[in-house]
Design a protein around this ligand. Structure first.
Ligand SMILES: Cc1cc2nc3c(=O)[nH]c(=O)nc-3n(C[C@H](O)[C@H](O)[C@H](O)COP(=O)(O)OP(=O)(O)OC[C@H]3O[C@@H](n4cnc5c(N)ncnc54)[C@H](O)[C@@H]3O)c2cc1C
Length: 376
């Protein structure tokens, strides 16, 4: 009873009262010649005061790039020391603090444009949407006169900076005082400049090891968790989608789980992009894991995880018939749809079902919580 009370008291971190962690370790999982930069990040925190289950995510409250904040203040001819009230909580703070920690500087909205007297643009919905997609707050401030804008009006006109979620890539049974993350560092070109994803820049580049405060809380998964140790699991996690499956497999090892484990991992190149290769290949060597990989750009024709699923269709059907649980994590726009379609074809072919019945079969698996997705 007292233990439950203690855990409940200690686990009440949330968006308004985050836990403050530090980065203990950070290294690239991709080789220097890779087309991507994906980082392993270990956060230093006592997991007994921040309880989680494998499959949960961490919500990070990122900070904007201080360089971007300086450029915005300079475009507005302000120092940043101007006192304002937080538009949401009414708490007093400086404009600089507000821009650093609370405002979305990547995306402007029509409120700012209206303060900048951009009425013709506001009246043309198509032009407005395209302008909002291709310009950040600084771009608009540079294009239009800001002289009539007070610091408070400016703060009120900005969208809020939202938390970013990252799948937990470690088990507290193996790393009791750490949470591991697998983060793809996002960069893109906008208005002729290289720009970075706010949270991935904050975590992968800006935050100093063991000193920069990282505000966070646990975002529980919606049922994306391990079944009983005797059940078999099929894990489909290309790219950073592999993160929760590293945690699943650490936990299954710690539990000495008897159920079978099968992982499908995919990326561009084996030589530069095989995240956590030693861990997964070692488990495969010990027959704890069946491992199939798809490196899309290592040969002339593109090979993705769904092709590996197709190749192994008969075995997948067999595992499913014996009660295995299916998990998919990673890209929602293309991968999850392609995987779903492939599973439908596998069910139709090896279960001798019509495509419609194969669809119903997958629907039933979902309802029984044996086909679980965590896609983004
Ligand atoms: C449950 C869940 C789990 C997740 N787990 C992980 C994980 O384990 N690892 C991981 O790396 N990510 C994960 N994500 C994604 C993560 O939350 C962030 O969305 C991601 O890191 C990008 O955030 P950011 O702040 O770096 O980029 P943001 O600042 O949010 O930038 C992204 C935005 O940049 C803009 N943008 C991108 N490209 C362009 C372009 N070419 N031109 C103009 N604008 C562009 C778009 O508006 C896009 O929405 C997860 C998401 C969810 C919901």
């Amino acid at each position: 009873m007292s233990y439950i009370l203690l855990v409940n008291t200690l686990s009440t971190y949330n968006r308004t009262t985050p836990y403050i962690a530090r980065i203990k370790e950070r290294y690239l999982l991709t080789a220097p010649n890779s087309t991507k930069q994906t980082y392993h990040i270990a956060l230093d925190l006592p997991t007994d005061s921040l309880p989680f289950t494998v499959g949960d995510s961490v919500a990070i409250l990122p900070q904007n790039d201080p360089n971007m904040v300086d450029r915005i203040l300079s475009a507005m001819h302000l120092s940043g020391e101007e006192p304002i009230f937080d538009p949401k909580t009414n708490a007093p703070l400086s404009l600089r603090s507000y821009l650093l920690t609370k405002a979305n500087l990547s995306k402007a909205n029509s409120r700012l444009l209206s303060l900048l007297n951009q009425h013709p643009l506001l009246e043309d919905k198509e032009r407005l949407n395209s302008a909002l997609l291709s310009h950040n707050v600084l771009d608009f401030l540079r294009l239009h006169s800001t002289s009539s804008l007070s610091p408070q009006e400016f703060a009120n006109s900005l969208l809020p900076l939202m938390p970013r979620f990252y799948s937990i890539a470690s088990s507290s049974k193996v790393f009791p005082n750490e949470i591991h993350l697998t983060i793809s560092f996002l960069s893109y070109t906008q208005q002729g400049e290289t720009r970075y994803g706010v949270a991935s820049y904050f975590l992968c580049q800006q935050a100093a090891l063991e000193s920069t405060p990282i505000p966070l809380y646990i975002q529980p998964s919606n049922g994306f968790c391990l079944p009983s140790p005797d059940d078999s699991i099929i894990l489909i996690g290309p790219g950073t989608g592999v993160a929760p499956f590293r945690a699943f497999l650490q936990e299954r090892l710690a539990d000495q789980a008897k159920g079978r484990n099968w992982l499908f991992f995919g990326e561009r190149h084996r030589a530069s992009d095989f995240y956590y290769e030693p861990f997964f290949t070692d488990l495969a060597r010990k027959n704890f894991l069946r491992l199939d990989t798809a490196f899309s750009r290592d040969q002339a024709e593109k090979i993705y995880v769904q092709h590996k699923l197709q190749e192994n269709g008969a075995s997948i059907w067999d595992w499913l018939q014996q009660g295995a649980f299916l998990y998919v994590c990673g890209d929602a726009t293309q991968m999850a749809k392609d995987v779903d379609l492939t599973l439908e074809h596998i069910a139709a072919k090896y279960g001798s079902l019509s495509l419609e019945d194969a669809r119903l079969y997958l629907k039933r698996l979902r309802k029984e919580k044996r086909y679980l997705l965590d896609v983004y």
